[in-house]
Design a protein. Structure first.
Length: 86
């Protein structure tokens, strides 16, 4: 239990940020899955989705939702998949 008002406020803020990050992480994973699924069907459509997915990964890194190296790894693997499929 928190012993000060500032600690109580920090607990409230952490909960809000946790829930927001959870939604953002879910959106990121869904976007990555969507790109991989489209890649199996249509490589041209996957090429169009890649910049948007990369931008989303960059935003999540900037917000601190995922680590910088994790974001780089995701972008590298997705780019590799798209270029090898075409």
């Amino acid at each position: 239990m928190a012993h000060s008002r500032s600690a109580e406020k920090r607990i409230r803020q952490n909960e809000i940020h946790r829930l927001r990050n959870r939604g953002d992480r879910s959106r990121l994973r869904s976007d990555i899955k969507r790109l991989r699924k489209v890649l199996e069907e249509d490589t041209q459509k996957a090429r169009e989705l890649l910049p948007g997915t990369t931008a989303l990964i960059d935003r999540m890194v900037k917000k601190g939702v995922i680590h910088e190296n994790t974001g780089s790894r995701y972008k590298s693997r997705l780019a590799k998949l798209v270029t090898s499929a075409s």
